[in-house]
Design a binder for this molecule. Structure first.
Ligand code: ADP
Ligand code: MG
Length: 254
């Protein structure tokens, strides 16, 4: 078995009086794809956001490739890292959002080279070569000079995926990457993610696409009410769920 890449340990997160994550444990092994399912409001986005420290946790901890995220341990205390150190860690964690979040005033190619050049100090020429290779990989080699508004939603999301890959992340997080797309554009984005899965990219994908989960996931995690209710291979969780809450959810989405 490969090493644990993402380790979420007993994570609690509240917003004021609202406890959104109530002790989440999750391990994702290197090269594996974990798909997170769950009803709206169950804490899926919050969990992803804690993994790259866009949200601080109230209890518990998260490590990626053995390195604590957002904190440094000294003795049995955790101290929060400085913003600069957090930003550095975040470059190793790719995040693909529902609404693409491309820079509207930059071309596709510029969107891809911005972070490698400014955050990783890559030479521009090298960043550009990588960007062109990645655009080719997501089927958009001919769009390097286009602006985001000139692309379809599916194309924009494929650019966003290429942009995340340009930082050579240890793990890629997807938060409902196809939810904002017209139905006929969903497939092209899922195909790109499937392709990445085949090349051993470690990924956590929040989605409602059950067919995708069945086909691509190594592990399916069902969340409800801020906890992991059930997890296992797709054949177990999707076809033979053990928990009533999982069955109730699947009966609504299948
Ligand atoms: P999901 O992605 O599963 O739909 P979220 O993680 O987005 O769920 O949200 C879980 C709960 O946390 C919801 O009740 C949501 O309203 C609440 N929540 C999320 N972010 C914040 C925030 N920044 N401030 C207050 N409440 C929040
Ligand atoms: Mg969400």
């Amino acid at each position: 078995m490969s090493a644990v890449m993402v380790d979420v340990h007993s994570v609690h997160k509240s917003f004021g009086p609202l406890e959104v994550l109530r002790g989440v444990d999750l391990k994702v092994r290197s090269g594996e794809v974990t798909v997170i399912l769950g009803p709206s409001g169950s804490g899926k986005s919050t969990l992803l956001r804690t993994i790259n420290h866009l949200e601080k946790v109230n209890r518990g901890w998260i490590s990626i490739d053995g390195e604590l995220i957002g904190y440094r341990r000294s003795g049995d205390k955790l101290h929060e890292l400085k913003e600069k150190e957090v930003l550095k860690q975040r470059t190793g964690i790719g995040f693909v959002f529902q609404n693409f979040n491309l820079f509207p005033h930059l071309t596709v190619l510029e969107n891809l080279i911005e972070a490698p050049v400014s955050a990783l100090r890559r030479p521009r020429k090298e960043a550009e070569e990588t960007a062109r290779r990645l655009l080719d990989r997501v089927g958009l080699a001919d769009k390097s000079g286009a602006y985001p508004r000139q692309l379809s939603g599916g194309q924009q999301q494929r650019v966003a995926i290429a942009r995340a890959l340009a930082l050579e992340p240890k793990v890629l997080l997807f938060d409902e990457p196809t939810s904002a797309l017209d139905p006929e554009l969903v497939g092209e984005v899922l195909d790109v993610i499937k392709d990445l899965a085949g090349t051993g990219t470690t990924m956590i994908v929040v989605t409602h696409e059950i067919g995708f989960a069945r086909e691509v996931a190594d592990t399916v995690v069902f969340m409800d009410g801020g906890v992991v209710v059930e997890q296992g291979p797709p054949s177990a969780v999707l076809d033979n769920p053990q928990q009533e809450r999982t069955r109730a959810f699947l009966s609504k989405v299948l």
